[in-house]
Design a protein around this ligand. Structure first.
Ligand code: ASN
Length: 587
């Protein structure tokens, strides 16, 4: 965490609705449009003289100077429609995350103006969706509309803008009543008081009084240079069930039915529940058919422990400890972990038990999980996880090699754990290969898909100048070649030039699969070899009619039906389309 440098700090404020901008209609509060226009009239939110002197664009507001050399400028994106946050769902939160992603390069930080009723859910979900966050994201709102004489909206919004503008706190945070909390640690505790939120198991990251006090030890560190990854594939079939004394097993049974894939069980005290055999049996059966059950206490403060038989009975029925997570964070984490592609059930449970975004406090001796102990690679990753803070340098040095080994072996779980550690999956190992090279060489389509989704360079060259595409061609991995081509991979001029000799060699061995792989990668099958002859010449001379026919059909542009169509690579530099979210427009 650092105080932000530079004379101008640009922020994007995404206005989704909530009481802060609400107006009374027929006696009830409903979301109100035009927040930016209101802010423009309030001197604490806009310095019109400075804006005119600098010729700022119409949609840009500028705060009065907080310190002499720095100005915080901001643009308000107003969503359409605006929501009472009671109507917000994962769909809207995914759109907010994607808006941040689209504008990530343009702004130094982000403020999300949101209703308070579901703000703790929103902050939790966003914290998991935004991986490798290197900029400040702050959610805020109000208990009383900003137009009212006595309101908390002005202070909250101003504080959020100033903190996001002046500090780099690379987390999803929530600012309310002079306190900046980690977003996935909060819960709403009051319907009326301005101190609406509390963070029961983690002190605030910052407090604002006459001075701003940042709790530096708590702020998460940026690790690696990995780019922002937005996980939009959150699982929606997750639920929350609060136990109460005497809850019937039949009711629990109904609740746990498919399509539910994961549930947060709110239990008593330190994670205890009724020990009635029929209830435990329902939980056990659900867990055995693959439902993931996370045990969170319904107490405001404290964690799930194994102190009581009534708690260990739940663990015995297959529930996973949620430690001191809030229910909001646990639900968001379930949705995130169950939405990750390509993981086994054990791998998902492994991630759920880990602290991924600072959402849970792990016991001091964090035991290595059995699923990670199973393989040599898993052991390596598990050891890395257990290294102390001081050994981070060693860890950083080992990560590229481990990532390459995991990629080659198709071990998505190990890669996911490395990513969760903040490891940069684009780094080269000692041989100069990236994990994408290794996955391509190993024919690991699942890993290639994951790495491409993370935006890794599809045309990275290893120390010998080889591309992932060439390694996939050599391995004849058609699925991987297709994925790489669709992501814009091309053989380099050198690889294309060298292909002639290789094609002749394949033709002489009647290796049709090898020839098809080159064709699929975009090679010109007429490319001459070192002696000037093409693969077709070689096949004809050898009298191999099958190869001759294949080469003629491929060279003639008639794709082999058995191979399936090869989609042309998209033009380079095409980013995610559209600039609107929830119908959002700058105002
Ligand atoms: N204070 C608030 O913002 C409450 C409002 N119902 C909302 O969540 O949108």
């Amino acid at each position: 965490m650092a105080r932000a440098a530079g004379p101008e700090r640009r922020l994007l404020a995404i206005y989704t609705g909530g009481t802060i901008g609400m107006r009374s209609e027929r006696g009830v509060l409903v979301p109100g449009k035009g927040l930016a226009a209101v802010l423009r009239t309030l001197p604490m939110f806009h310095d019109e003289g400075h804006a005119q002197a600098c010729g700022l664009p119409e949609d840009t507001l500028v705060l009065p100077p907080a310190c002499p050399e720095q100005r915080v400028m901001y643009t308000v994106l107003e969503c359409q429609p605006l929501f009472d946050s009671s109507d917000m769902t994962i769909t809207e939160w995914v759109q907010i995350a994607q808006t941040i992603e689209r504008h990530y390069g343009q702004y130094h930080g982000f403020v999300v103006i949101h209703g308070t009723d579901t703000m703790a859910f929103a902050a939790s979900v966003l914290s998991f969706m935004l991986e490798n966050l290197q900029k400040t994201v702050i959610l805020t709102g109000a208990q009383v509309p900003i137009h009212a004489l006595w309101n908390d909206g002005r202070e909250n919004l101003l504080g959020a803008l100033l903190l996001a503008g002046q500090y780099v706190i690379p987390e999803v945070c929530l600012f309310f009543q002079n306190q900046l909390f980690r977003g996935n640690r909060v819960t709403k505790v009051d319907t009326r008081r301005f101190a609406a939120f509390c963070s029961p198991n983690l002190p605030p990251l910052a407090t604002v009084g006459a001075d701003v006090t940042i709790n530096r030890e708590l702020v998460r560190k940026v690790r690696g240079q990995g780019r922002l990854v937005v996980h939009g594939g959150m699982e929606r079939d997750v639920g929350l069930l609060r136990l109460y004394p005497g809850i019937p097993a039949t009711l629990v049974r109904v609740f746990l039915q498919p399509p539910l894939k994961g549930v947060v069980l709110e239990t008593f005290g330190s994670g205890n529940g009724p020990t009635k055999p029929d209830l435990l049996q329902e939980l056990r059966e659900a867990a055995e058919r693959g439902l993931v059950i996370v045990n969170c206490t319904h107490c405001l403060q404290g964690a799930v422990t194994s102190d009581y038989g009534a708690g260990t009975a739940l663990a015995g029925a297959g529930t996973i400890s949620g430690s001191d997570m809030t229910s909001e964070a646990a639900l968001a984490k379930l949705s995130y972990v169950l939405g990750l592609p390509g993981l086994s059930l054990d791998g998902r449970k492994e991630l759920l038990a880990r602290d991924l975004r600072g959402e849970m406090t792990l016991p001091a001796t964090d035991e290595l999980r059995p699923s990670l102990r199973d393989s040599t690679l898993g052991r390596g990753v598990a050891q890395l996880l257990s290294l102390s803070q001081e050994a981070e340098d060693v860890r950083d040095a080992l990560v590229p090699s481990l990532a390459c080994a995991a990629a080659h072996a198709g071990d998505l779980e190990a890669l996911q754990v490395l990513a969760e550690l903040g490891s940069d999956l684009s780094l080269e190992d000692f041989g100069g290969q990236t994990p994408l090279h290794s996955a391509a060489r190993g024919g690991q389509a699942g890993v290639v898909t994951m790495l491409l989704q993370r935006g890794l360079d599809v045309n990275a060259r290893d120390r010998d100048g080889l591309s992932p595409l060439l390694l996939a061609v050599r391995g004849r991995h058609q699925g991987v070649i297709g994925l790489l081509r669709a992501a814009g991979a091309c053989l380099s001029p050198q690889e294309l030039e060298d292909s002639g000799t290789e094609l002749c060699r394949l033709a002489s061995r009647a290796d049709c699969e090898g020839l098809r792989a080159w064709w699929q990668a975009g090679a010109d099958l007429r490319q001459p070899g070192y002696d000037g002859r093409s693969a077709l010449h070689v096949a004809e001379a050898a009298g191999n009619l099958e190869v001759v026919a294949l080469l003629q059909s491929l060279q003639g542009g008639v794709g082999d039906q058995a191979l399936g169509p090869v989609s042309p690579p998209p033009p380079c530099g095409v980013g995610p389309g559209g600039d609107c979210v929830l119908g959002t427009e700058p105002v």
